[in-house]
Design a protein around this ligand. Structure first.
Ligand SMILES: [Zn+2]
Ligand SMILES: [Zn+2]
Length: 240
């Protein structure tokens, strides 16, 4: 499976995964121009776009993506929030804007996708456990959540948010208690990422992608070095 990050930060997220039979977008939270250029101006191989939640940095380009005949998938709660934010330029049919439910797996081409609940500040955010039936590989995608209540068997690839270093947030004197709480409860920090990796069987894991690094409270080199050393797996810092 190939993983290509077009953008990953609080200003925008979009990844393409491809098992050579099916290609999927995870999130479309960038200006569509940027997504197009990340895809070399060719969307013809993209079979769908799965969206974790209704924040703009994860779904900004949803109208343009649907206009390219790429169905978008999100939970009822997040679609309702997108509607409440007047994000949709049209009323889309169920086949273009598809409702998905935590715990209920669905297929897009050769991928079987099982969404699961995560913890964030929106109504019904999701993470994704994805299996390629072509390569027999498994991937987990977890972003904009403070922790994971699940573990995932047989993983080959891990895409996990590593937003901040807890001590950098604690030591930031410009933040009041409430602002600190907001960061610490809605996003994955370095220690939680380590706990998550510790809890999972990493024996098959080929690569760990760290996503959505904060511009103020992260240290990409430190994150990469510590996780590589502690878990003995290659680490890629997703490009902003
Ligand atoms: Zn985000
Ligand atoms: Zn968010």
């Amino acid at each position: 499976m190939e993983i290509h990050t077009i953008g990953s930060s609080s200003t925008g997220n979009c990844h393409k995964i491809d098992d050579s039979q099916t290609a999927l977008l995870i999130e479309c939270g960038l200006p569509f121009k940027k997504i197009l250029s990340g895809l070399n101006y060719d969307t013809s191989d993209i079979h769908g776009c799965i969206i974790s939640h209704a924040h703009g940095d994860h779904c900004e380009a949803i109208n343009e993506v649907i206009a390219e005949s790429i169905p978008c998938f999100a939970s009822t709660g997040e679609i309702s929030l997108m509607r409440a934010k007047n994000l949709f330029k049209k009323d889309y049919s169920d086949s273009r804007l598809v409702t998905i439910v935590a715990g209920k797996q669905f297929k897009v081409g050769t991928f079987t996708i099982k969404p699961f609940n995560v913890s964030h500040s929106t109504p019904e955010p999701l993470g994704f456990y994805i299996k390629s039936n072509h390569t027999n590989e498994r991937l987990v995608y977890l972003c904009d959540t403070s922790y994971s209540k699940y573990i995932f068997p047989g993983l080959d690839y891990i895409m996990v948010e590593c937003n901040y270093d807890e001590t950098m947030v604690e030591n930031n004197e410009q933040l009041n208690k409430k602002a600190k709480e907001h960061i610490l409860t809605g996003h994955f920090g370095l220690q939680n990422v380590k706990d998550f990796l510790e809890a999972n069987d990493l024996s098959r894991v080929k690569c760990i992608h760290l996503l959505h690094l904060s511009s103020r409270h992260s240290d990409a080199e430190k994150f990469k070095k510590e996780i590589q050393e502690e878990f003995g797996k290659p680490v890629i810092i997703a490009p902003k």
